[in-house]
Design a protein around this ligand. Structure first.
Ligand code: AHR
Length: 537
């Protein structure tokens, strides 16, 4: 549910002359003074893992016609700049739990190729930490590094912090300088491992064992650089059997040493139940509220006023290209194979937009988030190796959210008709259905610019058949004019973008919008994602 309120279902719908129901109605009220906090720039992050063609053939492809002397693809960089991610998580993901960071630094000729047991590939290590930092600089993005708390531990983690952040005069900092990076990388945001709660993870641990190793690694990392911020691993999904107890125990052990706990969610439509698929972002709302409650309960047990923030550092739609371990083994050990290359449809963009709204509406506690991932692998940007790059359908809601979602998130009081859904979210062989009651047909987030002169609205119509006439009363800003109004929709929800037709799904003008002072009326087409920017006089 929105972090405002969804009031009881509205009874009335307008009818066409034949008596057939045509247009739903909704009302949304908000006020300049009532907010859910400010969006932290880190809310608009993304993720680059050594997985498939995300690095090799994605951001890095020496010899590509648009590549610079470092091998960074210029066409991908241009799209990244349009997408506007603010922080980039690296190098994994499952990959990091078996990664030796030393393999990826120093002269290329000395870097070993290694078997990557997460994705059953051959990792050439021709791209590593220093190249990633340079790429982030080229893209104007803050780096977020994850350390290996699977096969390695506190010692390798603290050495990486020393290599990256210590100025000079020690073994690791001088090694960085010898490798050609004189100045420290000054990486602030560090993830203490990845999805350690998952049995698929290399050296998966229980909450107690993970909590202890995360605490000790974090302590040492911060002794080297007190300015860093640390995120402990939360559950890799709300559907994990250990969810809840995991967060409680991990935070009990790490509370004094971390700033963040992570959350991961991949939304699916395995059952071809699109109404339930579009309801799934409401479960992200619940997930966030539940993790906040647990983190605050841990604080309460200590009588502490410290508030642990949430890093939603993997989120997206993903279900078609999941691969079993058996499939991975069958394919052998290729270098950068085209795996997990999910092709996103119009309906995926809608569910994705719903997730954007969930993140925005929790800006007070979700202060970092990363779409997983950036290029080729479950990604908003697709490339052909040696060929062009293009925008997937989900590119558009993300780019709009990052461009217009900066500021104070307004609390919304929503009066909309609702529906009930049952969402299928399996965890391995476990069949699980989650009830999603009272799903408002309209899902909304509203963000006011700091200046108070503009408000952006993000509106999802989850009704697959009917228009919704939405009346908004946006109080306290004065008189509005519409400066931007766009919709994303297509009659065929299975429509995708491709190399041949890269712009089949792209924002188009939203025609039905009118303003009278602080009152705004928007007509939302069925199954549509809509973004409006209003300027206040
Ligand atoms: O993003 C793809 C994978 O999903 C990541 O490696 C892992 O952390 C998650 O299970």
């Amino acid at each position: 549910m929105e972090k405002g309120r969804v009031a009881a279902a509205l009874g009335a719908q307008s009818s066409d002359p034949a008596g057939e129901t045509k247009v739903r109605k909704a009302k949304i009220l908000m006020d300049r003074e009532f907010t859910n906090g400010r969006t932290n720039p880190r809310l608009f992050g993304a993720f680059v893992e050594h997985l498939g063609r995300c690095v090799y053939g994605g951001i890095f492809e020496p010899g590509h016609p648009t590549a610079d002397r470092r091998g960074f693809r210029g066409d991908v960089l241009a799209l990244v700049k349009e997408l506007r991610p603010t922080i980039m998580r690296y190098p994994g993901g499952n990959f990091v739990s078996g990664y030796n960071w030393q393999d990826g630094v120093g002269p290329l000729a000395d870097r070993p190729a290694r078997l990557d047991l997460a994705w059953f590939t051959n990792e050439p290590n021709t791209f590593g930490t220093n190249e990633f930092i340079d790429w982030c600089k080229a893209a104007d993005i803050e780096p977020m590094l994850a350390v290996n708390l699977g096969t390695r531990g506190g010692d390798a983690a603290r050495n990486l912090v020393e290599y990256c952040n210590h100025p000079k005069g020690t073994h690791w900092s001088d090694l960085r300088r010898k490798h050609g990076w004189e100045k420290p990388h000054d990486v602030k945001f560090w993830c203490l491992g990845n999805q350690v709660d998952g049995p698929w993870q290399m050296e998966h641990k229980n909450a107690t064992d993970y909590g202890k190793i995360a605490r000790e690694a974090g302590k040492m990392m911060r002794l080297i650089d007190p300015s860093i911020e640390l995120a402990a691993c939360g559950s890799s999904g709300r559907n994990m059997p250990t969810f809840g107890r995991w967060e409680d125990e991990v935070l009990e052990l790490t509370f004094d040493h971390v700033e963040y706990i992570s959350l991961h969610t991949y939304i699916n439509n395995y059952k071809n139940d699109t109404a339930a698929f579009l309801a799934a972002p409401d479960l992200m709302d619940h997930f966030i509220d539940e993790v906040v409650a647990i983190a605050d309960a841990v604080a309460a047990r200590r009588r502490s006023s410290k508030r642990i923030m949430l890093s939603f550092d993997e989120w997206n739609v993903w279900y078609r290209t999941r691969r079993s371990r058996a499939d991975r083994v069958k394919e052998g050990w290729p270098v950068a194979p085209p795996i997990l290359e999910e092709i996103y449809s119009m309906q995926d963009a809608l569910a994705f937009g719903g997730a954007c709204i969930s993140l925005l509406n929790h800006a007070d506690r979700v202060t970092a988030a990363c779409i997983a991932q950036l290029v080729n692998v479950i990604a908003p940007i697709m490339t052909e190796t040696g060929g062009p790059a293009w925008r997937q359908t989900i590119f558009h809601p993300f780019a709009q959210m990052s461009r217009l979602g900066r500021g104070r998130v307004l609390r919304t009081h929503v009066e909309s008709e609702t529906y009930d859904a049952s969402y299928y979210d399996p965890r391995g062989p476990q069949e699980l259905f989650f009830p999603v009651p009272n799903v408002a047909y309209v899902k909304v987030a509203a963000v006011a610019e700091e200046s108070g002169r503009g408000v952006s609205l993000f509106l999802l119509n989850r009704d697959l058949k009917q228009d919704i006439g939405v009346n908004l009363d946006i109080r306290g800003f004065g008189r509005f004019t519409v400066t931007e109004a766009q919709e994303l929709r297509h009659a065929d929800l299975k429509t995708v973008n491709s190399k041949a037709e890269p712009n089949k799904i792209a924002p188009a003008p939203l025609e039905e919008i009118s303003v009278d002072g602080s009152k705004v009326r928007v007509g939302l087409k069925p199954a549509s994602w809509n973004v409006v920017h209003l300027s206040a006089a």
